[in-house]
Design a protein around this ligand. Structure first.
Ligand code: PLP
Length: 391
C-alpha cells in the first residue's frame, strides 16, 4: 500500500466537507420530521429545506422558488429534457437539439425522445470539444422545443459559449437548458447572465453528499414532472424529500460560493503547473480540450503508445487516483463518445487520461504524480508492440 494516496479525480466525486457534515447531522438525528407535516418537527425540516433552497439559488443567482431538488445531476438532466418534451408535445414542438459531447444523463433521455417520435439533432464539436454557434443557428427550426448544451465538459473540461448559444436558441423560439454539473461552484455561473431557462446541478461534485442535485427552472416556465405522487417540490418531483442531503447540498453551495475566488486562482494555477510539467517531461504527450476555455481543475492528456486503462491501474498501484474520463461510463469499457466527437483516432482515445484537481491538492502531489506518470508511461511503452515509435 502506498504511504499516502493522491486523489486526482475530483470531477468524479469529492469528499463531503466537515462543515457540511456538521450541518447535516441534526437532520439525521433530532430533526427527523417530514417537511410536509404541520407540527414542530415538520416545520423545522421545511425551514431547513428553505434555507438550503436559498443557498443553492444563491450560487447561480436564481430565486429560491426556481430551484427543484432532485436525486442528483442525472435526474435534473432527465427532468429538463423529458419535462420540456412532455410539455412541448402539446404545442406541438417535436424537435430537440443537443451536442455529441453531452454526459449520458442527457444523451440517453434524448435518445429516448427519439424512440418516442421526436426529431433529434446532435451538434458536432471542434477538435477542442467546442460547439460552434453557427451550427446551432443552422440546426434550429420552427418546431425546436429545446436546446441542451452542457456548460463544461466532464471529460476534457472545455467550457462552452453558453450565453451566445442561449441567445441563438431564444431568437428561434426554443428553450435552452445547460448541464452545469461540472461548472457550478467551480466557475462563476449566473442564470441571469447566461440567459438560460433550465440548469442542472449536482451536490457531490462540490463537497456535498451524493444523491442530491437540483434543476433551476426559470420562473414562469411550465414543464411536466417525471415522478408523480404527493406533489412535493411544487408537484415537479414527488416523494418525501432527502432532507439531510438537501441541507448538505445547501451548505456545500454556500461554501463553494465563498471559496470560488480562491478556487479559481489556486486550482487553475496548479492545473497549469501540472499541464506544463507533463508536456515538458513526458514525450509524445498532448493536452486535450481547450487550453483557455477550460475548467480550473481539469487536465486531460493523450499519452501516445499506451493504454489509458493500464495507466490508471499502474497509477493506482502507486497510490494515485486518476480516470480515463466519465466515471459513469468507464465500467462500460466503451471508447469515449466525447473524444470520438472531437475527431480523435482510436490510438488517441485509448491513450487518454484525466486528472482533476481541487483545493485539497498540493504542488508536491503534482510533482510526485508527474514523476510516477513518466515512469509508468515509459514502462508501458517498453512493453508495447509499437515501442520503436515512442521509446
Ligand atoms: C456533466 C455531468 N452531468 C451529469 C452528471 C451526473 O450527475 P450525478 O452523478 O449527480 O447524477 C455528471 C456526473 O459525473 C456530469 O459530470
Amino acid at each position: 500500500m502506498p504511504a499516502e494516496r493522491i486523489y486526482l479525480d475530483s470531477a468524479a466525486s469529492t469528499p463531503v466537507a466537515d462543515e457540511v457534515i456538521q450541518e447535516m447531522l441534526p437532520y439525521l438525528k433530532q430533526q427527523y420530521g417530514n417537511p410536509s407535516s404541520i407540527h414542530y418537527f415538520g416545520r423545522e425540516t421545511a425551514r431547513a429545506m428553505q434555507l438550503a433552497r436559498m443557498r443553492v439559488a444563491g450560487l447561480i443567482g436564481a430565486r429560491p422558488s426556481e430551484i427543484t431538488f432532485t436525486s442528483g445531476g442525472t435526474e435534473a438532466d432527465n427532468l429538463a429534457v423529458k419535462g420540456v418534451a412532455e410539455y412541448a408535445k402539446t404545442l406541438p414542438k417535436m424537435h430537440v437539439i443537443t451536442s455529441y459531447v453531452e454526459h449520458d444523463a442527457i444523451i440517453e433521455p434524448v435518445r429516448d425522445l427519439e424512440r418516442l417520435g421526436f426529431r433529434v439533432t446532435f451538434l458536432p464539436v471542434t477538435a477542442e470539444g467546442m460547439v460552434r454557434p453557427p451550427d446551432l443557428k443552422e440546426a434550429l427550426a420552427a418546431d425546436t422545443a429545446l436546446v441542451s448544451v452542457m456548460h463544461a465538459n466532464n471529460e476534457v473540461g472545455t467550457v462552452q459559449p453558453i450565453k451566445e448559444l442561449a441567445k441563438i436558441a431564444h431568437d428561434a423560439g426554443a428553450l435552452f437548458h445547460t448541464d452545469a454539473v461540472q461548472a457550478a461552484g467551480k466557475m462563476p455561473v449566473s442564470v441571469a447572465d447566461l440567459g438560460v431557462d433550465l440548469l442542472s446541478m449536482s451536490s457531490h461534485k462540490i463537497n456535498g453528499p451524493k444523491g442530491v442535485g437540483a434543476l433551476y427552472i426559470r420562473s414562469g416556465l411550465d414543464i411536466m414532472p417525471l415522478i408523480y405522487g404527493g406533489g412535493q417540490e411544487s408537484a415537479l418531483r414527488s416523494g418525501t424529500e432527502n432532507v439531510h442531503g438537501i441541507v448538505g447540498f445547501g451548505k456545500a453551495c454556500e461554501l463553494a460560493g465563498k471559496r470560488l475566488p480562491e478556487y479559481r486562482l489556486k486550482v487553475a494555477e496548479l492545473r497549469d503547473y501540472l499541464i506544463d510539467k507533463v508536456l515538458k517531461e513526458i514525450q509524445h504527450s498532448r493536452l486535450n480540450g481547450s487550453r483557455l476555455d477550460r475548467l480550473p481543475g481539469n487536465a486531460h492528456f493523450t499519452f501516445f503508445g499506451v493504454n489509458g486503462e493500464d495507466l490508471i491501474i499502474k497509477m493506482d498501484e502507486n497510490g494515485i487516483a486518476a480516470s480515463t474520463g466519465s466515471a459513469c461510463s468507464v465500467k462500460k469499457q466503451k471508447p469515449s463518445h466525447v473524444l470520438k466527437a472531437m475527431g480523435f483516432s482510436y490510438e488517441e482515445i485509448t491513450g487518454s487520461l484525466r486528472m482533476s484537481l481541487s483545493l485539497q491538492n498540493t504542488k508536491e502531489e503534482v510533482d510526485r504524480t508527474v514523476q510516477v506518470l513518466s515512469e509508468v508511461v515509459a514502462e508501458l511503452r517498453s512493453l508495447s508492440p509499437f515501442k520503436s515509435k515512442y521509446v
